[in-house]
Design a binder for this molecule. Sequence first.
Ligand code: SF4
Length: 325
Amino acid sequence: MHVGAAGRGHARRAGRRGPGLPPETAAARTRRARAIARRLAQGYPHPEIPLHHSSPFQLLIATILSAQSTDAQVNLVTPGLFQRYRTPADFANARREELEQAIHSTGFFRAKTRAIQSASRMLVERFGGEVPRTLDELVQLDGVGRKTANVVLSIFGLPGIVVDTHVRRLSRRMALTAHDDPDKIEQDLMAVIPREDWSAFSLRLIYFGREVCDARRPQCPSCPIRDLCPSSRYGGFPPWMAVRRAGRNGRGGRAGAVPPAGTPNQSEANSKQRLLARAAGPASGRIAGRTSGGIAGRPTNGTGRGPASPRPRTVPSGASGRHER
Ligand code: SF4
């Protein structure tokens, strides 16, 4: 079908994702996104959720606990926790002080205890003690936003894009979205990635963000997808991300600076804001180590940051289920 000059111009404009992004048609962006997805799949053929669990309910609790904590820390806590409290009713009826003590090391333990007990009560009262299988129902639970809901849905085999801090950063660096709002990022990624790959693609981005496309030290020169990433020519700090930061803060930042890691999904942020706003006292939360922003991937060198080696030649292959978290 012939497309005239005006049509081509319109298509080009329609394909732009927003001011500052490299010009690209929607079709070209979709092709590029799928090529990225294929290449990541080579390196991470079987990405697994890094939070240990043996049921949807346990994953729900672990994901709530992972807010502003590390997956490794959560994985240290949950074995004992799940041995002591096995069902939603157990959590709902637990003594608050005892539950707070059990999850203390994950940080924000008071707010998390309230959220866990509230969500558990809702599961008992509204859902017969079972974790619901729809996003709309899951996000009704206290402490559960779209990110947590999509994590939980994934173990039911229901695809969902999980937008944590890594997915947010990488999708912007890869110019797959012009948005900063996690819900809009989720929509943009859903539009270019095949539905059946949504969950795995999210996990692969998370692992890749930890191991290669680090927030502060992206390894662009040796990145295995640098030919598909418009940010490679900017060393991982493209101008379209700097523009957003300057606009949001009302002042210019360091050229190409990226937002600090750890900013969670907006829906999640709202839930977490409710959580954290209720967290009382100075003892309510700081823990050593890097925060994961949710279900994020494994640590690779014991620090939660990227691997010590700065020059991987291929997509890392570590996310095959042997990882610690
Ligand atoms: S080229 Fe750089 S910015 Fe792009 S994905 Fe690779 S490490 Fe990240």
